[in-house]
Design a protein around this ligand. Structure first.
Ligand SMILES: [Zn+2]
Length: 386
């Protein structure tokens, strides 16, 4: 049996529902320690939501050596109704060339592939120039307040320098390696409260209808072009998710209207620029309003360079595929790592069944993933010592 498949099954047998790690990181650390990794567990969060994080680093050759980080999460999303699973979600089961279990594609296969790739790389290169690190959390699928973001803060506080990061999120579509993410859009939400004056609907001159007041501004915002996107991102979008106003009575003009909205934004816009432009529209319509903002992720982009080239080359060597660069999908922990690491990409197995009942990974996709990660180590190490 392949080493990667065996370790994948060992991880899948651990029911690590967010924020539980269920011993996954201990198992991984036990494999890394004999290879010269210094393993550090960082526990964070309140008593009823303890998150386990692992930072493991193997120093390479000298103070100016570059650092490659493999990043991911050991936690999985809930199983959903057990009777809809064809085999128990935490009993890894083979059927038709597929390995079924919760976390099979998101993302325990990637974790096993990281570890075995590192083991095989060090077996052929016992004293690499490259520093190799692993950053794992058990809170990626949850609120993500005590996971990767906490480790990144600790690393940055101690002046730890990262150069390249591969996040093991399942990015592929049909076959391992056919798509990688070289960035993600940012996400920012806002709650707009527009003030009016409540009154009798038959006496509108004694009231101020906030729905009528905000409607022209809303029309302008809906038609606004926030930016034109760029080679890697589609244009920034703005969408209203909720609009609440009215008392329920048919004869009352409401006193205020509340509008929830969300920006999915690219690297052509910033938090400040979007907030300013939105406020300018509201001001131009002379609205009386309050705005509450929350930014859940900044956009990041890794333009083609050392890491993207190494990953594309590694995929080509292993599979013959010319991989596609993409920035689609929701946010990921890459958003935190990109704040302290200039080059971040995401690469993992096909994502067709992530978070679904009967999640699986195709067994034939496992070994190539490990080999791609190993090839990236070889490429980056040869550049580090050049
Ligand atoms: Zn994931």
């Amino acid at each position: 049996m392949s080493q990667t498949l065996y370790l994948t099954e060992q991880l899948l047998a651990r029911p690590s529902l967010t924020p539980q790690d269920a011993g996954c990181q201990e198992l991984i650390a036990a494999r890394l320690q004999p290879l010269g990794f210094i393993c550090e567990t960082i526990v964070s969060g309140p008593d009823d939501f303890r998150v386990t994080n692992l930072w493991a680093k193997r120093p390479g050759g000298g103070s100016d050596a570059k650092t490659l980080v493999f990043a991911g999460h050991t936690d999985v999303v809930p199983t959903g109704p057990l009777n809809e699973w064809h085999s128990a979600p935490f009993v890894p089961t083979h059927r038709d060339g597929k390995l079924f279990a919760r976390g099979a594609s998101d993302m325990k296969t990637s974790l096993a592939a990281f570890v075995v790739a590192i083991e095989e790389f060090l077996a052929i290169t016992p004293a690499p120039q490259l520093n190799i690190a692993l950053l794992l959390t058990s809170d990626e699928e949850g609120p993500a307040h005590d996971g990767t973001v906490v480790v990144c803060k600790a690393l940055s506080a101690r002046g730890e320098k990262l150069d390249y990061c591969i996040v093991g999120e399942p990015t592929s579509v049909e076959r391992t390696g056919d798509m990688i993410k070289n960035g993600r859009r940012g996400s920012m939400s806002g709650k707009l409260t527009v003030k009016g004056l409540q009154g009798h609907i038959a006496y509108p001159h004694l009231a101020q209808n906030p729905i009528h007041l905000v409607a022209p501004a809303l029309a302008e915002l809906v038609n606004m072009q926030w930016d034109a996107g760029n080679d890697f991102f589609p244009p920034t979008t703005w969408q209203v998710s909720n609009f609440h106003a009215g008392t329920g009575a048919g004869n009352v003009i409401p006193g205020h209207a509340v509008i929830d909205f969300n920006f999915r934004f690219c690297t052509e816009s910033t938090v400040a620029s979007l907030q300013q432009r939105l406020s300018a529209v509201l001001d131009a319509h002379q609205l009386e309003y309050t705005l509450d903002w929350s930014v859940s992720g900044l956009p990041f982009l890794t333009t083609p360079g050392t890491l993207v080239d190494a990953v594309c080359q590694a995929i080509r060597t292993e599979t013959g595929i010319e991989t596609q660069l993409s920035t689609t999908g929701g946010t990921s922990d890459g958003r935190f790592i990109a704040q302290i690491c200039p080059q971040v990409i995401e690469l993992g197995p096909p994502n067709a069944t992530i978070h679904q009942i009967n999640e699986y990974v195709t067994v034939a996709d496992i070994e190539p993933l490990k080999n791609i990660y190993k090839n990236v180590l070889i490429h980056l190490n040869s550049q580090a010592s050049a």
